[in-house]
Design a protein. Structure first.
Length: 165
């Protein structure tokens, strides 16, 4: 006889990590990490200010800004993204404008043509995983789960904001 599990962090975490493992396996042939997938998705609809993408990913993954800058740099190095505008500081400490590596706060990050192709592949992989995992869950149950998980996320984020690191 099976029992219904209690809703708690362990159950939510197991679902998250199992789903994330499927996504990471699906994007591994593309040479992408989970953070890079998130960045590609943020950039899918057009150029985004560097500060906005950094905030979006740090608040989602709860990681340091430097890690997000590494994600952006990797996407640029791989020819999947470019950074336009704003001054950049080179390794020599001199300010310059470099269309591929600008780090200024007003710099905008955008996908290259190769980045758009890769992002479409990621989207297709996500759609496939989503259909397999969620496709037969009744809409009312999926909506209830989404409401509960959204509430848990809001509460956790509020606690994080109120608690010193």
């Amino acid at each position: 006889m099976s029992t219904t599990p209690t809703l708690n962090g362990q159950v939510i975490g197991q679902a998250h990590y199992a789903t994330r493992a499927l996504l990471e396996r699906a994007v591994a042939p593309l040479g992408l990490t989970f953070g890079q997938v998130l960045a590609l998705n943020v950039l899918a609809d057009g150029a985004v200010e560097r500060t906005r993408i950094v905030h979006r990913i740090t608040s989602t993954l709860k990681i340091d800004e430097s890690a997000v800058h590494e994600v952006i740099a990797h996407l640029v190095d791989e020819g999947l993204a470019r950074v336009d505008g704003g001054p950049s500081t080179g390794v020599d400490g001199l300010a310059r404008v470099d269309a591929g590596l600008s780090t200024g706060a007003d710099a905008r990050v955008r996908l290259t043509d190769a980045g758009h192709v890769t992002q479409r592949r990621v989207s297709a992989a996500v759609a496939d995983i989503t259909a397999r995992l969620y496709g037969d869950i009744p809409a009312d149950e999926a909506s209830a789960a989404a409401r509960v998980l959204t509430l848990v996320t809001q509460r956790a984020n509020a606690d994080l904001a109120a608690t010193p690191a």
